[in-house]
Design a protein around this ligand. Structure first.
Ligand code: ADP
Ligand code: AMP
Length: 217
């Protein structure tokens, strides 16, 4: 299955992605994760991306589109993929339309996770990530068994530099002005799957699998 996960920052895309890729056995392609890994490795791209990420702005399209285009050509994507956090504006979506057309493949579904803004700031500021495996926790909604220690790999948990109240608000503004128009873009293509993300993680996942199982049939 070739899928996109769409939704505002903090909607639970990464949380659902972990489960979706396991159940449907497809690679998880998160542009945010790719930039954070590049930054950890100290590459030029990582350092360039950090300037935009710290301000809650989008990394320039030519960088992001190039990264995703190369990633989609890797052999593991032949069985399908889950794009998380890409595309983020109409230009990126149109670039992806061209790439898929050239590769002679079609997207099967766009999972649109809807959560009201009031919930998102609390989700973002309480998020804790694992330095080892990238798993995501929340101080209130998904606390680790041991404080600041990852349940899955024992790695140390940290707070992302862009998960402050100020940057979270900037990212929400960017979402509403640049990313939310993609809902109409994919609705027009007839592949939009609307999911209520404002319920506990298990229920969100059941709604997602109900929709995806219909596609997989
Ligand atoms: P995104 O990838 O969309 O930015 P995450 O999956 O990282 O979002 O989730 C943001 C934060 O909210 C994380 O700390 C996560 O544990 C928490 N979270 C995810 N889904 C839910 C949910 N359904 N209810 C409450 N908290 C959630
Ligand atoms: P995320 O991990 O999806 O919350 O993304 C964190 C940050 O990475 C964003 O605020 C952007 O600065 C950058 N980023 C991730 N994906 C994209 C994208 N598709 N286009 C532009 N910037 C992106």
């Amino acid at each position: 299955m070739r899928l996109i996960l769409l939704g505002p920052p903090g909607a639970g895309k990464g949380t659902q992605a972990e489960r979706i890729v396991e159940k449907y056995n497809i690679p998880h392609i998160s542009t945010g994760d790719i930039f954070r890994a590049a930054l950890r490795e100290g590459t030029e791209m990582g350092l360039k991306a950090k300037g935009y990420m710290d301000k809650g702005q989008l990394v320039p399209d030519e960088i992001v589109v190039g990264v995703v285009t190369e990633r989609l050509k890797k052999p593991d994507c032949q069985k399908g993929f889950l794009l998380d956090g890409f595309p983020r504006n109409v230009h990126q979506a149109e670039a992806l339309d061209k790439v898929t057309e050239k590769m002679d493949i079609k997207l099967d579904g766009v999972i649109n996770v809807d959560v009201p803004d009031e919930e998102l700031v609390e989700r973002l500021t309480g998020r804790r990530m694992c330095k080892g495996c990238g798993a995501s926790f929340h101080v209130k909604f998904k606390p680790p068994k041991v404080r600041n220690v990852c349940d899955s790999c024992g790695g140390e948990l940290y707070q992302r530099d862009d998960d402050t109240v100020e940057t979270a608000k900037d990212r929400l503004e960017v979402y509403h002005s640049q990313t939310s128009p993609l809902i109409a873009h994919y609705d027009k293509q007839g592949i939009l799957l609307n999911i209520n993300g404002n319920q506990d993680m298990e229920n969100v996942f059941s709604e997602v699998t109900k929709e995806l199982d219909k596609i997989a049939e």
